[in-house]
Design a protein around this ligand. Structure first.
Ligand code: AMP
Length: 386
């Protein structure tokens, strides 16, 4: 690796989006001597609070985007729903954009994402594109029920999703999504959900954090467990699929692949189906900060700067528990009670308003085993309400 292609410490990282993912990237960047500028419509944002500069402008303000890009040495994203022309502007200014605009374009739309995966021969939940009630009815007839109807764009944490139990549910489901372009997916009776967070460098180097197990509540990630309690063969296959996704999409940066693990009741065969891609660090990878030699955020920084990727060895079994705004319902959570166990690490994102369902922070507990780490994480979270 020559130094000429490397974005060295002292340079400025430009990040579109200003949430917790950008904040944790900014903290990693600052630790390694980089400057960080963030662009989003918000003010006093989780990223802005720890960045060198916070630009508050709509993503559609292309003059502001141009001016921002001139102040940075590389552009990355912490949020994939930024219009692809933002990436084009950065590219046109000669500033490297990592990952490239085509990656955002693919991942910001469930339909494009699923079509890319299917065309690449990667295993994906059976799906059909749906543009009308008639198309939905025929998709239901083809895929069967139960099924899930999801908006093609701007869906996250189960928003823009409705379950169909039978063909009669079609009109109500179609109306519930407001008649927007959508996809219908077979409802997968999974035994568990796992994710692989991986990084790919400018030189094509690949590194991953292994399989992480994810437990959702009300469609929002609740707990992540590392390592996942799946067979070594399933974990290895998930990593290989993540590598294939990153190579076929030519990603430079960090990407997370979320999977459903299914088990054939008769043969006992386990299968993996890709549910979703996120072309950035992911909530399920937050435990890498405390439990792995290199965090997903340092890895993103290294990848987008053209540096060698860091060692991803796991130091201790770990469980991450999300802290949602609901925990603030009766006032400030009891932080000292949760921190009474020294194996618990608290991460708060600096969000002023604690709305129900809003991700305000997370706890990571380390243990001798994942079972012990889970008990510690859940006890600490319960103690917050005490
Ligand atoms: P998503 O926003 O598509 O990742 O969905 C959020 C969560 O809803 C997933 O992590 C699953 O727990 C559940 N879910 C989504 N799609 C399906 C499906 N086709 N079958 C079963 N569960 C699903």
């Amino acid at each position: 690796m020559t130094m000429t292609n490397v974005i060295l410490p002292g340079s400025t990282i430009g990040v579109f989006g200003s949430g917790q993912l950008g904040r944790m990237l900014a903290l990693a960047a600052r630790a390694m001597g980089y400057r960080i500028h963030t662009f989003s419509p918000d003010r006093d944002s989780p990223t802005g609070q720890v960045a060198d500069r916070e630009i508050s402008a709509p993503y559609a303000d292309l003059d502001a985007v141009r001016a921002f890009v001139r102040t940075v040495d590389v552009v990355t994203f912490e949020f994939e729903n930024v219009a692809a022309n933002v990436a084009e502007i950065a590219q046109a200014s000669g500033v490297p954009v990592r990952p490239g605009g085509w990656v955002l374009h693919t991942a910001q739309n469930r339909r494009r994402e699923k079509e890319f995966l299917a065309q690449a021969g990667l295993p994906v939940t059976p799906f059909a594109a749906v543009d009308s009630l008639e198309a939905l009815r025929s998709a239901v007839a083809r895929l069967g029920c139960p099924a899930v109807l999801k908006t093609a764009a701007f869906g996250y944490d189960g928003k823009g999703q409705v379950r169909l139990h039978g063909p009669d549910d079609a009109p109500e489901a179609w109306a519930a999504l407001g008649g927007q372009p959508a996809i219908l997916e077979t409802f997968v009776p999974f035994v568990c959900e796992i994710s692989v967070v991986a990084a790919r460098g400018v030189d094509g180097a690949f590194a991953h954090f292994g399989a992480i197990e994810n437990i959702h509540r009300h469609h929002i990630l609740d707990l992540s467990i590392a390592p996942a309690r799946v067979s070594p063969a399933v974990a290895a296959r998930a990593v290989e699929l993540a590598r294939a996704v990153m190579e076929k999409l030519d990603v430079i940066g960090v990407l997370c692949v979320e999977f459903f693990v299914t088990k054939d009741e008769v043969t006992g065969d386990e299968r993996l189906l890709i549910n979703e891609l996120a072309p950035r660090p992911h909530n399920s990878g937050h435990l890498t900060i405390d439990a792995m030699m290199t965090s997903q955020f340092e890895q993103q920084l290294r990848a987008v700067c053209g540096l060698p990727l860091g060692d991803t060895t796991q130091l201790r079994p770990a469980v991450m528990a999300n802290l949602l705004g609901d925990l603030w319902a009766d006032g400030e959570p009891n932080w000292p009670a949760a921190l009474a166990c020294g194996a618990v690490k608290l991460h708060l994102y600096g969000k002023a308003e604690a709305r129900p369902g809003r991700k305000m922070g997370h706890l990571t507990a380390l243990g001798e085993t994942v079972e012990e780490a889970r008990r510690t994480a859940e006890a600490a979270r319960r103690a917050l309400a005490a």
